[in-house]
Design a binder for this molecule. Structure first.
Ligand SMILES: Cc1cc2nc3c(=O)[nH]c(=O)nc-3n(C[C@H](O)[C@H](O)[C@H](O)COP(=O)(O)O)c2cc1C
Length: 332
């Protein structure tokens, strides 16, 4: 996720159980072949020094979870050239972004703007698939459309016809932004139409959401975005339930605080303390909608700009925090 998930975050989140693979923030392709440093910036795991000892070909997080690189653009030739560049650098999977709703991206003809013409989706997927041949999988991510859902099936079919090995569907149109609800039942329509695996995405925040998304879409596999930040224990709960039908307990605040703490210590090696505090607030902000204690800590620490007191505030016993309105814990 752009501006939110980097290699450090991927490392920490994949130490938890349940994630099969991860995808980088998108690399924006316009009309040139980008230099290796741009690919390394988005996907540090691709850098030769970051490759795991003894597994030179693996582009994975330190816990061994594969990292696929995402490309965003509309020029088939430029995307193909960058796909070849990514392959040369060792990428193990390429995902194509047809879902980004950002105005600047769409104005420059990228992301969800291609959903207005399924032929363009197909040309992009085909060009990239041909560029990398059978060497690595090419996958695609779409929304249900740009302004409406009329072309949802046609765009999904275009991705399949272009050679996508799987399709992730964020069950909203571009104009719906991130507004609930996600229309999971539309994913079922797409799934019935295609032969490649379809993965459901959008608004899966809890195990109960997973059950509902699964039953409405028919997809066993889901892609989690914001929820993994909000609740890093959710993938493990989903995986555990898939394996044995049991519910693991909710993620504790202590567990979340330990992840935030590890994140801060990793980021402070390269970033100024103030920036680390801003990043911590960004992550805590994601957590607070799903956890009462995270909401209380966010409230108490929102004006703190110094790293040491911020970290102390994360770990303080509840009574040691500045008083704030009591916020009830949210159930999973
Ligand atoms: C801040 C932010 C950045 C995102 N960046 C990307 C991105 O780079 N590539 C992508 O495919 N999706 C991106 N997304 C979309 C998410 O991957 C996901 O499709 C969307 O948030 C809906 O799923 P969720 O409800 O599980 O978050 C981003 C979403 C947010 C909120």
């Amino acid at each position: 996720m752009e501006g939110v998930i980097d290699a450090v975050t991927r490392d920490l989140l994949t130490r938890e159980e349940g994630l099969d693979w991860t995808v980088t923030e998108f690399v924006r392709v316009v009309d040139t072949r980008l230099p290796p440093r741009v690919f390394y910036k988005h996907c540090l795991e691709l850098h030769p020094e970051a490759r795991r000892a003894g597994a030179q070909d693996a582009v994975t997080t330190p816990s061994g979870v594969p990292v696929h690189l995402q490309l965003l653009g509309s020029d088939p030739a430029a995307l193909a050239a960058n796909a070849r560049q990514a392959l040369r650098l060792g990428a193990i999977g390429l995902d194509l972004n047809f879902g980004c709703p950002a105005k600047t991206v769409n104005r420059h003809d990228g992301g969800a703007s291609l959903l207005r013409d399924p032929r363009r989706v197909q040309r992009v997927v085909s060009a990239v698939s041909e560029a990398v041949g059978d060497q690595i999988p090419v996958t695609a991510k779409i929304r249900l459309g740009f302004a409406d859902r009329r072309l949802a099936l046609a765009c999904a079919q275009a991705a399949e016809d272009g050679g996508a090995r799987h399709l992730v569907v964020h069950a909203r149109t571009r104009n719906e932004g991130y507004r609930p609800p996600a229309h999971w039942e539309w994913i079922a329509r797409i799934r019935h139409h295609l032969t490649i695996p379809v993965i459901a995405n959008g608004d899966i925040w809890t195990l109960a959401d997973y059950w509902k998304a699964r039953s409405l879409s028919g997809c066993e596999d889901v892609m989690l975005g914001r929820a993994v930040l909000a609740d890093p224990g959710l993938p493990a709960r989903i995986r555990h339930w898939q394996r044995c039908g049991e519910q693991l307990p909710a993620t504790t605040w202590r567990h979340r605080a330990a992840i935030l703490d590890a994140y801060a210590h990793r980021q402070r090696a390269t970033l100024p303390d103030k920036v680390v505090v801003a990043l911590l607030k960004q992550w805590l902000n994601q957590m607070r909608g799903r956890d009462g204690e995270a909401a209380r800590r966010f409230q108490a620490l929102r004006r703190e700009t110094r790293l040491t007191p911020f970290l102390a505030g994360l770990h303080a016993e509840p009574g040691g925090l500045a008083p704030s309105t009591a916020i009830p814990a949210l159930a999973d």
